[in-house]
Structure formats: C-alpha cells, structure tokens
Design a protein around this ligand. Structure first.
Ligand SMILES: NC(=O)c1ccc[n+]([C@@H]2O[C@H](COP(=O)([O-])OP(=O)(O)OC[C@H]3O[C@@H](n4cnc5c(N)ncnc54)[C@H](O)[C@@H]3O)[C@@H](O)[C@H]2O)c1
Ligand SMILES: O=C(O)C1=N[C@H](C(=O)O)CCC1
Length: 250
C-alpha cells in the first residue's frame, strides 16, 4: 500500500523538488499540491496521510495545525520554529481528536548537515571558542538559518553541560552588529550570496588549533533522501519529533 502525500508550498523551490522526489519514490503517491491561497482541509488534501510543509516561517505553524485537524501526519522543513510553537504543537497532539497523529520538524534534511550538527555538538565541550557561519542563496527570507539556530543551541547546551563558561570575546565597541547574532551565547554570522544554495561552517578554537566542521548542500536534491525517509517513518512516531537525528540513530 502506498503512502498518500500532500505537499504544502508545492510551487516553491523546495516544494517543487519534494513533489518530484515523492513522484519518483517507491511506495509514495503524490495526491495533492497546495500553495498560498489553497485551503488546508480534508477536501483539498485529497485523502493524504502525510502532509509535507515547505512554506514560509509566517504560515508554517498554522498549516501544521490545519493538517493535523484534517487527519494527516506532518513532515515540516520550514524554518522559524521555537520552543513556544513546538509547545503548541505538542498540546494539539494531546487533544483527543489528534491522539496518535505524528509531526516531524527538522531544520535540515541533508545528511551532511545533520551529521555536521551532531559532530559539532560532540566536539563543543573540548574548545574554548565556538562560532557558526551560515551561507545561503539570496532568495532566503529568514536569517539566521534554522540550521544555524539549531546548531548554536546544541553547541551552547553541550558547553553548558561540560561546565564551560562564555566564549572568550573582548569586543566592547560594535555599533553595527559586526559580531553577528548571539544565540544562547554563540555568535552566528549569515552570508547571502548569489550562486550559493545552503552551507554552514562551525568553527571551534583552542590556543594554537582550530577545528572546522563544514556542510555544503550544492542543490536541493541533497535534502530529498531525508524528506522521503521522514515521510516513510513519521507515522510510526506519534507525537512531536524534532530533527532527523532520531531516524538516523545518531
Ligand atoms: N529543512 C530543510 O532541509 C530545508 C531545506 C531547504 C529549505 N528549507 C526551508 O523551507 C522553507 C521554504 O524554502 P523555499 O526555498 O522552498 O522557499 P520558497 O519561497 O521558494 O517557497 C515557499 C512556498 O510556500 C508558498 N506559500 C506561502 N504561503 C503559503 C501558505 N499559506 N500555504 C501554502 N503555501 C504557501 C509560497 O507561495 C512558495 O511557493 C524555508 O523556511 C526554508 O528555510 C528547509
Ligand atoms: O534554502 C533555505 O532557505 C534553507 N533553509 C534551511 C535553514 O534555514 O536552515 C535549511 C537549509 C536551506
């Protein structure tokens, strides 16, 4: 039996790539392509069991609630999520009408990025300094990237668990924000450059040495094995799963 899939944001860069990947994947059946202006309800989802959301940060949470109400499990790649919005999804999934439904939200479905985040979190405890540089195409609407936010949060958590203090930084004068965004004490720098797709460097420093962990997605095909895996697996994980790590046994 095939898994029936709807794609939300189907006209976008990621959504259109996901539509092609679903059409080509064995055991998946693309039943609906929805984009801005299309209602997200049972009629328009056309019997989909899994909805895949690659839209925009402003609308993704509302889409997920609507897809749950329409009886779908949901795979989300759109960025812009935080603890509050995760909490509202968890609460929704505990309601009687939504029990057993599953939502998987991942800031990055590329294997190299998932591994880079995991390796960076492992390495973080051994270094005094840690910063994140993310580099993306100039059509991206949000900064810093969802991947960079998640990376910084994981670096900070690992440092805190290891008892490390703040990163060393003597900066006192920075009127224009040259030191970047600061997420949980980790500096994050965003580059937008024509020709790029999605890239990230985590730089970790000690006296006399540096470790650089870099991931490069050269095209959107790189995200597709992770998206297809999530579509296949989401139904067997009721509740909210954050990140692809759980599916890869990392
Ligand atoms: N998790 C990952 O691996 C991963 C990879 C790449 C991009 N992303 C994220 O995916 C999102 C989409 O990126 P993109 O480059 O495809 O953007 P995009 O602008 O090309 O596509 C977004 C699409 O969503 C549509 N849309 C807007 N409002 C909508 C609504 N209410 N309902 C349905 N569709 C709606 C737009 O019309 C557009 O077609 C971004 O948040 C991006 O950061 C995540
Ligand atoms: O192209 C984008 O936009 C991407 N967004 C995600 C993010 O913000 O981390 C993943 C990488 C590509």
């Amino acid at each position: 039996m095939s898994i029936r899939v709807a794609v939300l944001g189907a006209a976008g860069r990621m959504g259109s790539t996901v539509c092609r990947a679903v059409e080509q994947a064995e055991g998946l059946d693309l039943v609906a392509r929805l984009d801005a202006g299309d209602p997200i309800d049972a009629e328009h989802l056309r019997g989909a069991q899994v909805a895949v959301d690659f839209t925009v940060p402003d609308v993704t949470e509302a889409n997920v609630h609507a897809a749950i109400d329409a009886g779908c499990d949901v795979v989300v790649g759109t960025t812009g999520w935080d603890e509050e919005s995760y909490g509202r999804i968890r609460t929704h999934l505990e309601q009687p009408g939504a029990r057993g439904r599953a939502v998987l939200i991942a800031p990055n479905f590329a294997l190299s990025a998932v591994l880079a985040m995991s390796l960076a979190a492992k390495a973080a405890r051994y270094f005094e300094s840690a910063e994140v540089i993310e580099l993306h195409h100039p059509g991206k609407v949000d900064a810093p990237s969802g991947t960079a936010v998640a990376t910084a949060q994981r670096l900070a958590a690992a440092r805190s668990e290891a008892g490390l203090g703040p990163v060393p930084d003597a900066t006192q004068v920075d009127p224009d924000g040259a030191r970047g965004a600061v997420i949980d004490g980790i500096h994050v720098h965003a580059v937008r450059l024509r020709g790029l797709t999605a890239h990230e460097e985590v730089v970790l420093g000690n006296p006399g040495e540096q470790l650089t962990i870099r991931t490069d997605s050269f095209d959107r095909e790189s995200f597709m094995p992770g998206v297809v895996l999530a579509v296949r697996e989401v139904g067997s994980r009721p509740g909210l799963t954050i990140g692809l790590d759980a599916l890869l046994d990392l």
